[in-house]
Ligand binder design. Sequence first.
Ligand SMILES: [Ca+2]
Ligand SMILES: [Ca+2]
Length: 180
Amino acid sequence: MTAAAGGDFDGDGNPDEAFTYQQGPDQWRVRITFADGGGADSAIVEGEDFAPPRPIGGYDIDDDGVDEVFLTVGAGASTVQVGFFSVAACVAQRITQAGVPASFPIGASIGNTSGLTCPGDGTVNRAFAQYVDDDVYEGGFVPYRLEGTVLTEFPGDGAGFTAEEAFALATLDCGGLALP
Ligand SMILES: [Ca+2]
Ligand SMILES: [Ca+2]
């Protein structure tokens, strides 16, 4: 069982907790326990690069008064993958995008950076930059709007970055959340 991360996952104003635990080989689950004693529990299913998931905490992406559960759902050499669960009526459901569990890389390698920001307008934004030349990176921001348990991609904005700016993108910037 991992250390719990906090959030208000039922929207009653009282702090709840989310943690992950291993049920069998490569089988992990997320459990949310509410301040009033109830809870929700769901399997976490990922692909080949599965790494032990850890809870990050709660952030209200769609501004409906109920925090979504942020957690790491995998890791590469220089990135972690972040995914989300939506909790409603004591059921935790993985948030999907394009029909598969949504998962965003956060990190930087030589030539590539990516991150995730929450501007507070009902979207999460994928931030990314690629090395082009010298101190020049090109990338941008792609917003994903959350409705229910589904993220829908909307057209983003391209942007140019210096190397310093590009590497500064490689973070999770959603309220007070910090990667574990
Ligand atoms: Ca609560
Ligand atoms: Ca919400």
